[in-house]
Design a protein around this ligand. Sequence first.
Ligand SMILES: [Zn+2]
Length: 68
Amino acid sequence: MIHHNMWIVLVWIGIGIGILIAIILIVKAAKTSSWEALMVDNYCRKCGLKTNGLKCSLCEKRTQSFGV
Ligand SMILES: [Zn+2]
């Protein structure tokens, strides 16, 4: 019975280490400059709206309304 429980503990430790490595890889991938450039190009810097590299329609309206 003790031997069986030890295996369960080892499996859980393995799963924990696996999740930890996965989180580290995701964080590293998110911090890369290429990913940041992609995010900046596809999303508005001011409001975060998806623009697909185009000008933000939401911020465009705001600047126009404030200008007049
Ligand atoms: Zn915007």
